[in-house]
Design a binder for this molecule. Structure first.
Ligand SMILES: C[S@@+](CC[C@H](N)C(=O)[O-])C[C@H]1O[C@@H](n2cnc3c(N)ncnc32)[C@H](O)[C@@H]1O
Length: 268
């Protein structure tokens, strides 16, 4: 059983862009089982063989492995804090600003940042990157059409100001699509864009093992300007990771950190 799970993981690693090795085993098993149940397959071994004989199944599996659930202004209090405490500081800064939504799924998060930038009058000097490993999610983000589910946390007046009715949902205003650049990027690789004043990476680290979390935090650190902010998910913690020394806590409840200007002694 264990052996066949390892074979299966090996196969997925070789044939998709999903690096299973860095993900926690339990959520991985849970998600693989979703596909196995759909196909009424009981053993990992049988599923491994099925994958070899049905290449189209790989795509379905990858879709399940990369959970894309997201909402505009997910965790309202986090966005409230960004709006009242952090964006005023961005407004006072001179020059251009770069924000990065890492693991952006279908774009709700980077578009929420674009809306906040518009609300604070800094739209024209902010460049936002939304990155993900999932091509489908990125294509849907570029299209910018959402069903009402995505608006669970969105105030009605914001929805009215920044979205228009589309046949099958609500379309984000065209100019906001232009504010966000969506790029396919595995977080285990280095980004090629400029360093950021704000990195938002929520509900991604939770699925990774500790070495995976460490590697990504180090990438964020290297890719942030001094004093830049890092927002992680409400259910995610940096506690116990050596990289925590690279950041200081700004808001405990909202899991908002700031890049320390001290070059802490950290694992390289
Ligand atoms: C649950 S969604 C989070 C969306 C958004 N950040 C939020 O909190 O609402 C997780 C996203 O992380 C992406 N993801 C997972 N592993 C990744 C990796 N190694 N590199 C880039 N994106 C990754 C998935 O494809 C998925 O779209």
């Amino acid at each position: 059983m264990e052996n066949s799970f390892e074979h299966l993981i090996d196969y997925i690693e070789k044939h998709t862009s999903f690096r299973c090795q860095n993900y926690k085993v339990r959520p991985l098993r849970r998600r693989i089982k979703v596909r196995m149940r759909a196909l009424e397959i009981e053993s990992y071994n049988t599923y491994w063989r099925y994958l070899q004989n049905h290449p189209s199944e790989l795509k379905k599996l990858q879709d399940i492995l990369t959970i894309n659930l997201s909402y505009f202004f997910r965790n309202t209090e986090t966005f409230d804090f960004l709006s009242t405490e952090i964006f005023p500081e961005f407004r006072r800064m001179k020059g251009s600003l770069t924000f990065w939504s890492a693991g952006c799924a279908r774009g709700e998060e980077p578009y929420s940042l674009a809306i906040l930038a518009a609300e604070h009058g800094i739209k024209n000097r902010v460049r936002i990157y939304g990155t993900d490993i999932d091509d489908n999610a990125l294509n849907s983000a570029k299209e910018g059409i959402y069903s009402s589910v995505s608006f669970h946390y969105t105030p009605e007046e914001i929805k009215k100001r920044y979205f228009v009715n589309a046949n099958n949902g609500y379309a984000i205003r065209h100019d906001l699509i232009g504010d966000v650049k969506f790029i396919k990027l595995d977080l285990f690789e280095k980004p090629i864009f400029e360093r950021c004043q704000l990195v938002v990476c929520r509900n991604v680290l939770i699925y990774l093992d500790r070495p995976g979390q460490s590697a990504i935090l180090k990438t964020f650190y290297d890719h942030m300007t001094n004093g830049a902010y890092l927002v992680i998910g409400k259910v995610e913690l940096l506690i116990g990771l050596p990289e925590v020394k690279l950041f200081h806590l700004v808001n405990r409840a909202e899991h908002i950190y700031r890049k320390s200007d001290l070059q802490a002694e950290v694992v390289s």
